[in-house]
Structure formats: C-alpha cells, structure tokens
Design a protein around this ligand. Sequence first.
Ligand SMILES: [Ca+2]
Ligand SMILES: [Ca+2]
Length: 382
Amino acid sequence: MIIRQWVWTGMFFFAVSIFAQDEYVIFNDFEMDLGTWTGWAISSDYSAPDEPHHGGVTAAKVEVENTVGWQEARFRIADPVDGRGTDELHIWVYSTKVFRLRVDLGVDMILGFRNYTKQDLGQWKELVFWFPEEKAALWDNMLSAVRELRLWINPDAASISGVSYPKGFTGTIYFDDITLRKHQEVKREYLPLIGFNSASDEALVRVIGAGTAQVDTSGAVTPTEGTGCLAFTWISAWGEKLVINLRGFPQFRQYDRVHFDLFLDGPSSDWAAITPILKSSWTDANGKRHTVVGTDLEDNILGEAIGNWKEFSGQYGPMNSTGYTRNGLLPELAGAYDDPNGTITLTFATEGGDGVNEKTAYIDNVRLSRPVGTFVQDWELR
Ligand SMILES: [Ca+2]
Ligand SMILES: [Ca+2]
C-alpha cells in the first residue's frame, strides 16, 4: 500500500509537471565565472576538456582538504542573484568519494545536509535542498542578494542508510549548474478545523507551565473566524507552552498544510517568535511503538503579528520535491489515527523580548489546506 500510494502521488505530480514548467534562477553554471573558493576548498579551476562537466562545457573543479571536521568553505560569486520567491537550491556534484554536504545560503539560512553516496560515485548527482515558503519569507531580505554559499563537508563521521561517511574529506569534487527554483504558487482549498468559538474547544488545549488559555468570545479582540478565539498567556522564555490535541481530526491525513492566525497583544517595538511542532505516538499491529518526539514545522518571527493578526502555516504532508525532507513523517502521523490509544498534537513553542512577556496572545481558525484537486486523500499508509 505504501508503494502504491507513492506511485499514485508520483504519477499525479508527473502529470502536473508536464504542464507547469519549473523556472530557475541561475546562481552559477561555471561557464563564465569560477567564483572564489575559500576554507576547505584549497584550490579551484575550470574543468579540463577531458574532465567531467554537467552543463555547458565546463564545471568547477575544486580540490578539497578538510581535516578538522567543522570547517566551512565559502563559495562566492561576482554578481549576487535575486533569490526571492524561490524554494529549492540545486547543486550538481561529481566525485569518486562519498561525502555529506551541508549548504547555508548565507548567515543563518541553513538548508541541511545532502549525501553523495556509494551509488553516486563517478557520476553526476543533483543535490536538491528544499526550503519552505515560510522560511523564504523570513529570509526575504537576505535572499534578495544571494552572493555566497557556505559549505560544510563531512564535519563528523556518520553512518546513514548503510553508508559510512568519514570525518573530513580530501580529494576532488566537481560542481556545476547551481540554481534556485522559483516557488510556484498553487491554489489551495481549506478545511476549518478548530474555531475556538465555544468554550467546549478548551478541552482540546493544554497549557504547559505558567499562564492560562481560554476561549474568548467577549469581542474585545475581533476573531478572524466566527465569534471567538483562544486567548492565552505569552511567555517570553523559550519553551513549549501550548498543546492542541488533533486526535479528533482524522481529516488531517487528507491535507498537507496546517494554518492558524495569531495575534500577540504587546508592543510592536518588541520581538517574538513561535514554532509549531507536530508530535505523535502510537503502536502498530505488530506491537511496535512509534513516536515523533517533535518535528518543527517552521520557526516564525512574529513581526507584524505583534499588535495585529497574522497567518502562520507549515507543510507536513507529501510534496513534489526531491529535496523535501518530511515525507518520513506521513506514516508516523497517519498511524496515530489508527491506534485507539494514538496521540497527535500540535505544540506551540514561544519566545520573545521582555516587553511581551505575560501579555495576552490569541489564536484562531486552525485550519488545513491542500492544493485544489490534489490526491492527498489517502495518505492511508498501511
Ligand atoms: Ca557548466
Ligand atoms: Ca474563531
């Protein structure tokens, strides 16, 4: 069933991709600009005619010497590119040794690790780094002029999917066709889940630590949906503060994004951030215990949500991107609905400056969405 589901999903996306051509911003194709390489990239040159290249006629041939582990290399191009509105970084690589590469698009824009494995040796592989549209929005200013990649290679010894990666790397890697994919907006359909319009919705909510949470229908704050919203105490010290029980909403499996509106009633001169975190636990038919201890959907700086309503969202369902790293979540979350004792929650971690500590914040209209017409319906995975 698992396989069939993915085949179906893949077929759908294949059908769509015929019509929706992806657009890319070229970061560097190594035809005109070799860029500058520092750190563990001890030397760089254009590939010779008898050496590998992926597109055009040349690639970057980089000699790597990393013997210390957590040491970065910086790759810088002459003219920055506008990466706003993108959602993937693509890098083609070629080597004769396995490696793991972490890429940062700039300071604090960490895209994570991708692996060049035994099966890839001696051939070109496209490393795809997906980042959520929420992150892109957060990074908008930095993405407007991307000029540098920060690269980390084999910083620690690791064993992943049966492949042993040593600490450090000495050898040659060819790089080519580094691009950013433009994010394609899709029309979405929504399912309202929790409206907090009646005190009965309080049963879905649990407060961790100090503070309270209750449904507010006083009208003191205008809800974004219906006649009420959830008022709770904002605590500035970072931590998990509020838990919403999703166990009663099996429709969760038929959608791929969760959204909510948030309003922090504090001084807009201050700062605050919220992270929605999915957790689940259940036992499968073979008695095996499954636990998702916590997947951060996104870190969000509140910005204009201090003093006003703002929408937040996060992707948890399947996605048409080989760089997407949350597909493993699907069976883990889905199983929570099959086990009568399964649990699944959306936990909010909050933080902020002193000026917003113990102020009242409001959440409303917890809802799900999916691309219109997409077959997310059965990520029924057994
Ligand atoms: Ca090239
Ligand atoms: Ca409401």
